[in-house]
Design a protein around this ligand. Sequence first.
Ligand SMILES: [Zn+2]
Length: 384
Amino acid sequence: MSRNVKFVYTNSLLNYHFHENHPFNQQRVLLAKELLEESDALASNDMVMPRSATEEEIALFHDVRYIDAVKNSSKASLDNLVKFGLGTEDTPVFPNMHEASMQVVGATLTAVESVLLDGFDGAVNFGGGLHHGYKNKASGFCVYNDAAIAINYIRKVFGLKVLYIDTDAHHGDGVQWAFYEDPNVCTFSIHETGRYLFPGTGNVTERGIKAGHGFSFNLPIDAFTQDDSFIDVYSIALQEIADYFQPDIIVTQNGADAHFYDPLSHLCGSMEIYEAIPKVALEIANRYCNGKWIALGGGGYDIWRVVPRAWAQLWHVMKYGDTAKGPLPLNWVQKWQVEAPVTIPATWKDDKGIIPEIPRKAEITEKNYHTLLNLLKYTKVKRD
Ligand SMILES: [Zn+2]
């Protein structure tokens, strides 16, 4: 039995492209889509073509001056760009940046509309999840923050309480600050501690301000964290937070950069965590939200060995309630192996033994558990 869910996709999502040597590479969205098609898990009637966003919709979160800066980015001076976080090494200008970024946002809004207007249970836009974008500034590969825009759209048009769940290896700072004063949007981010990793924020003590106090949750975990500890603290924290907040809908950001192979973080997960993450999300969506779940992409820089499998597994869980098992379709592996500089895995799971012994494992597990206990203190305060 499968659920009624939608996969938002168009090739123009791949136009969000900085340059050939930039780590953020949207080819991974195509890889995930084709992996699902070759697995007979994604049919043409599961797919929906996204609309573009309007400038008015971008302005649901971003400053008009920033939108103008993005629009004019190809002709602006470096001074003018840098004050908006553009033209940097992380977020360089590329041709038609405004249009490509609008398409990413439009795809996330299409996912929202599939669920809230068309009555589907869930929808994914793996082209989205650009969680570092600020109101008036680009940051960390993110131009327009499609997650923040979509949540504002959900609030404005549908008035629902939104639980935002961010499992990217980096702190979901842009979305957290966007709703820091808002008691109707609860943000939860699990990430590698900001001590040594961009963006440096996401401490457990960042809890929201004013009316939003108590609705921002952070679970910073230690570098070299492995599957067991990640899955343990994530599942417990999320269940407690959902019970505390009682959301109407969940929006998940599914950056796939906590894997051992990922070059931009120091976490040591395997595919196990990408099987567990969507299962817990589905459980929460079913228990509190009548199944309503919007899933986005995010980071993920091993585009051959990690991201396609991680995102395809999320779709499997959203649609069929369980993960795929066994070998990957040979056609898919063979097609992409020609381009890949690394050996593409042959199975959905990782081979045992790809992750070396981490000598500090017990200490890391203990530390993460301690951080979890700190977070859980804040979920016990029930308010009227
Ligand atoms: Zn990330």
